[in-house]
Write a protein that binds this ligand. Structure first.
Ligand SMILES: [Zn+2]
Length: 67
């Protein structure tokens, strides 16, 4: 289901969103697939955000040394 991927990427328009939520109300397969994928993506996002902090800190420290 293509709309499922659009939803996960936040690229679905309003009509697609409406169709999607209408569909997962009746379709447990898409419903559970959507929830699992969403959780995976949120976990990955959190991991990426954590990795960003040391990089920003390193840049900050480097800037202080250069100044
Ligand atoms: Zn379905």
């Amino acid at each position: 289901m293509g709309i499922l991927n659009l939803m996960l990427d936040d690229e679905a328009d309003e009509a697609q969103e409406e169709f999607f939520f209408d569909h997962i109300e009746k379709c447990i397969i898409c419903f559970s697939h959507y929830n699992v994928e969403k959780q995976i993506r949120e976990l990955l996002k959190r991991k990426l955000q954590k990795r960003k902090v040391p990089t920003e800190l390193a840049i900050d420290i480097r800037n202080k040394i250069v100044q």
